[in-house]
Design a protein around this ligand. Structure first.
Ligand code: 13P
Length: 341
């Protein structure tokens, strides 16, 4: 493992106020989103959609890295150019999702543990030969009055750390994603407590597994009240709770934190990221960026609807969200940016 190389790649992923675009939905998740909009759930439709994304003009001005899934990294544009090459040509670094999904956890009703460690070393070698420079692994943590259990937090944290160590061994930057879910009626304070406990456990495991913190990116949830919680805090309150939680739990050696969006609207995700960067500008030791899937892609998908004639309008919508999030990293996002589009 070349520590300097890892650190350079990690810093490039969060440089220049850019962020990551997660376009690594598994086939079942992608199909579910297509089905809701009446888009055919076929390999070709998924390829068409991913080509639309990677060929969006000027995307590289706002996006530093794109996370692909196993199917997409093997696909090409209609003219035969591999997606990896198309991304590289516009300055976007290729990443790859390498977990094989969250599965029901034995002995822990209502909880999941992420799988994918078996054979991972060989898969990482293959993906790195295909041009991937970083990768992603997502753990999911459910919250209610009794969850999460210590068993679930510890199993997921250890898997994340073992994944990260294997990744760095291959010279790839691990994007470490422990997601505390928004589902439920828990309060913002409860999300804050759970997120802090999860992050402390993850960093404890990263230390035990000899992971180089300067060669990784953390991809956490924002600290939010549950979707069904009657009290929904303001943008500034969410920003303060989130950054204070991260300041308590994330070591300064980590070069960047790139949030998942988790089901927030595109506008809210941008507004909250903006408030964090604005209110804590000089007080954060890491870059505070984004690694959104739905909060960047959803408007574009709703315009595209599987129709080639809608592709240009869909690309504009995608670029608009990418632009808003780059502005949010500078603390320069405002709702007028939405109206102007
Ligand atoms: P969302 O931004 O839609 O939460 O997706 C992020 C992601 O990569 C989930 O693994």
């Amino acid at each position: 493992m070349n520590a300097e190389e890892l650190n350079r790649t990690a810093r490039m992923l969060v440089t220049d106020h850019k962020g990551l675009l997660a376009m690594d939905e598994s086939n079942p998740t992608c199909n579910k989103r297509f089905a809701r909009l009446g888009i055919p759930q076929t390999v070709e439709a998924r390829r068409d959609y991913r080509e639309l994304i990677v060929t969006t003009p000027s995307l590289g001005e706002y996006i530093s890295g794109a996370i692909l899934c196993d199917e997409t990294i093997r696909q090409t544009k209609k003219d035969g150019t591999p997606f990896v090459q198309a991304l590289t040509e516009v300055g976007i670094i290729t990443g790859i999702k390498v977990d094989t999904g969250a599965k029901d956890m034995a002995g822990h009703p209502g909880e999941m543990v992420t799988e994918g460690l078996d054979g991972l070393r060989d898969r990482l070698r293959e993906f790195s030969q295909m041009g991937a420079h970083f990768s992603k692994w997502r753990a999911v943590i459910a919250v209610n009055d009794r969850l999460p259990s210590r068993g679930c937090i510890e199993a997921n944290a250890q898997a994340l750390a073992r994944y990260a160590a294997l990744c760095q061994e291959r010279g790839m930057v691990p994007v470490i994603e422990p997601e505390v879910l928004m589902d439920g009626d828990h309060t913002l304070q409860r999300c804050c407590d759970v997120t802090e406990e999860v992050l402390r456990t993850v960093f404890d495991q990263l230390y035990r597994q000899s992971v180089n913190l300067q060669g990784m990116i953390l991809k956490p949830n924002m600290v939010l009240p549950g979707l069904m919680c009657p009290t929904q805090e303001s943008v500034d309150e969410v920003a303060d709770a989130t950054v204070n939680c991260l300041l308590r739990a994330v070591p300064a050696a980590v070069p960047g934190i790139a949030f998942l969006s988790g089901g927030q609207s595109g506008e809210l995700a941008s507004a909250r990221l903006n408030a964090m960067n604005l209110r804590f500008k000089s007080r954060m030791p890491w870059e505070l960026a984004f690694s959104f899937s739905r909060a960047i892609q959803q408007p574009a998908l709703e315009i595209w609807l599987g129709q080639g004639t809608n592709a240009t309008a869909a690309q504009s919508a995608l670029l608009q969200r990418a632009r808003c999030n780059k502005a949010a990293r500078r603390g320069e996002y405002c709702t007028a940016m939405e109206i102007d589009s």
